[in-house]
Design a protein around this ligand. Sequence first.
Ligand SMILES: Nc1ncnc2c1ncn2[C@@H]1O[C@H](COP(=O)(O)OP(=O)(O)OP(=O)(O)O)[C@@H](O)[C@H]1O
Ligand SMILES: CC(=O)N[C@H]1[C@@H]2OC[C@@H](O2)[C@@H](O)[C@@H]1O[C@H](C)C(=O)O
Length: 376
Amino acid sequence: MKPMLTVIGLMSGTSLDGVDAAIIHTDGERIAGFGPDISLPYTAALRQRARGILDHAPTLSPDDPELKAVEYAITRRHIDAVRQLQALVPDIDLIGFHGQTILHAPQRRQTWQIGDAGLLSRATGVAVIHDFRSADVAAGGEGAPLVPWFHAALLHDVPGPVAVLNIGGVANVTFIDADNTIHACDTGPGNALLDDWAMRHTGTACDVDGGLARAGTVNRAIVEQLLADPYFARPAPKSLDRQSFATALDQVAACTPADGAATLAAFTIEAVRRTPLPARPARWYVCGGGRHNPVLMQGLQAALGAPVEAVDRLGWNGDALEAQCFGFLAARSARGLPLSAPTITGGPDGLSGGRLTCAGLMPVPSWIHATSGRRS
Ligand SMILES: Nc1ncnc2c1ncn2[C@@H]1O[C@H](COP(=O)(O)OP(=O)(O)OP(=O)(O)O)[C@@H](O)[C@H]1O
Ligand SMILES: CC(=O)N[C@H]1[C@@H]2OC[C@@H](O2)[C@@H](O)[C@@H]1O[C@H](C)C(=O)O
């Protein structure tokens, strides 16, 4: 076994804003350090086409020509990101490629991330681990969130109970108890509803710095209606699709743009507050793009009754964290280590995941664990 791997992690999240790529030095348990990271945005046209695919994913054939074209364009963007990092750090052992989630329905044993791992491996000359969620979903787990093992590795010297909250398109929490048990789930909406609302009313991709929400008044009755969704009464583990609460936009449709934004921001915040956790976190650390929105951060601080800070305060890189995570998970997969757990996704104890793709005649690296998925 090679002791420490140099891995590029790639994440393109539910916000559909682009590709984050980051280098991590890890054996899948310890983190020896991080290398450079970059973000390559999707063009507005690609973002719109990806959104079209996401909106129609439940009825799409895997051979749909537009799906294939968008998958190709997204893969090319990932190849560009990897090549830029390879120009800085040529000796890369492995790539962890999340792909673009277009559908997540674990109750139907379905989770769908698009992206061509074979093309990525051929174009970069590096072995790729991808399809991180399917094994857990096939075994009855939620398949998400998968970031908790990484948060736990980073938090090893931070005493629990502590929570890490990721506010991406969807929001998810990792909770580490005083005895180091890891619990997790998706809390509810993150920025996705706010993004869609801002696009509808201002033509901008998000409510920049919470400007719209700050000018509005929260409609508490609508927030309560939104929180009546059965998802919030379910115990963890549980996970969401980007579109799980898409009808919320209809429920705020009669609000002014500012009041609608304020109400959707309050929905995100209140969903976090009501998330069933085994104990109250002594501190909350926030990552994901939502930590740049002061309305969300101040609202969380007021609602949670404990200090709320951006993860950057811990010295973490809050923008590269998810990409680093999929590098870390690729190293775990290469070693056959678990990616999930009963208290994280509800999947079986000890289950690894991910699939290995080594394109063409590339030899399978000797340090790849025999159970780390099939070669394609
Ligand atoms: N200055 C800002 N003001 C308000 N919102 C912001 C700002 N910067 C980023 N965001 C929000 O952060 C989002 C991007 O967050 P992030 O990159 O964490 O999402 P993601 O990784 O795609 O999602 P997920 O974690 O659900 O997969 C944007 O869509 C936007 O809503
Ligand atoms: C199916 C899917 O892609 N889920 C994402 C999404 O974005 C946030 C939240 O919903 C989380 O569950 C997950 O991503 C993070 C990286 C995870 O798996 O931990």
